[in-house]
Write a new protein. Structure first.
Length: 358
């Protein structure tokens, strides 16, 4: 779903803010309902990018409808419970509290995200470098032309013993009502070489992981859980590409996880339609479609979301960025360092186009 990891990520959802901040406007019969989530996804690689991002939020993003900010943190936070996994350049609690104050001032819902299970780097990230015994499978074939990103082993109870205290620190800092657990693009799974593996299918492993995060975050902490939806889409039934749909056996997990999870359904290419939007709603989930850097693809996805909306199961719309957050913020502010084309500028353009339509 994204091109890089290991940086704090903001998902700025422009939904609750429109109404809560008093800046909701009638965008016409073709727009989303005023209560819809209107979102933007940004990641921050360094806490030094926070000031320019805050300025972009206050001067342009909030006035144009931003209402929910999902900050993907992963291991880019100055953790105290496991300092060996913390980042010196990552945000600390005081940084998050500063961002939280800005969000509250503008009526923005602030949501932390922590990427779970897969997508832990093309080579082991700090977690799996520190705990290589928790990788699944233990020895991935890096020479395989199909190798993508490594995974941790959700069947090993030691993973959650380490990860959940990190969740707790983020919950303390963000004071959230929602928590995003990622789980996109999981390509590697436990196998016969992996400790604690007992013949579980990919769908069973995926569902077990999601259910354990749900038990902790929803049942114990009282939060609402969000996750990406690509591994729940059966590619043999809905023909997206191999990253935004599953051909590795995870799709049956959709019937094994709670329906109160919010599914973030990302699609970045222009297509005639996006049937997964309706599929997730028919399965009983609330869905939040997400786009990236193509104005035409973003418009097509937004139009499809409007057509397929099934009452309050359609939450709204989200733009992602997947580029340097400082560059994106400067593009939004009109302060780019040069006139060369860039992903950041394309993302900013996409945001402006979509913000006129939702």
């Amino acid at each position: 779903m994204h091109t890089t990891r290991g940086t704090a990520v903001l998902v700025l959802s422009l939904a609750a803010m429109m109404s809560a901040a008093g800046c909701a406007t009638d965008r016409g019969s073709g727009g989303l309902p005023q209560e819809a989530w209107r979102g933007l996804h940004v990641y921050i690689s360094d806490r030094e990018d926070l000031p320019v991002m805050i300025r972009a939020i206050e001067e342009h993003l909030a006035p144009n409808g931003l209402n929910t900010l999902v900050v993907e943190v992963d291991f880019n936070f100055q953790y105290q419970s496991h300092p060996e996994l913390s980042s010196k350049s990552g945000m600390n609690k005081a940084d998050v509290q500063q961002l939280l104050a800005v969000c509250r001032r503008h009526g923005i819902e602030l949501i932390p995200q922590f990427q779970c299970f897969g997508h832990q780097g093309s080579r082991p990230n700090v977690f799996l470098s520190t705990h290589p015994e928790l990788m699944a499978p233990p020895k991935p074939d890096y020479n395989d032309p199909n190798h993508y990103h490594v995974s941790w082993n959700p069947l090993d109870p030691r993973v959650n013993e380490i990860i959940f205290p990190l969740f707790d620190e983020l919950i303390e800092a963000f004071e959230p009502r929602y928590f995003h657990v990622g789980m996109d693009e999981v390509m590697l799974f436990p196998d016969v070489t992996t400790p604690h593996y007992n013949g579980e299918t990919p769908a069973e492993v995926f569902a077990r992981a999601a259910n354990e995060y749900h038990d902790y975050l929803v049942k114990q902490k009282g939060l609402t859980m969000l996750m990406w939806g690509d591994r729940l889409i059966d590619r043999s039934q809905i023909r997206y590409n191999w990253m935004e749909s599953s051909s590795n056996g995870t799709a049956p997990a959709i019937d094994l996880i709670p329906k109160d999870i919010i599914i973030c359904d990302w699609h970045y290419n222009r297509m005639p339609d996006y049937p997964s939007i309706g599929f997730f709603q028919e399965k009983g989930f609330r869905v939040w479609p997400a786009t990236w850097k193509s104005p035409s693809a973003a418009t097509a996805l937004l139009d499809s979301a409007k057509r397929q909306a099934q009452g309050d199961r359609m939450l709204g719309y989200m733009c992602t960025t997947w580029c340097d957050p400082g560059d994106f913020a400067r593009a939004i502010l009109g302060e780019s360092e040069n006139d060369e084309p860039s992903v950041a500028k394309r993302v900013a353009e996409t945001f402006w186009v979509i913000s006129e339509q939702w």
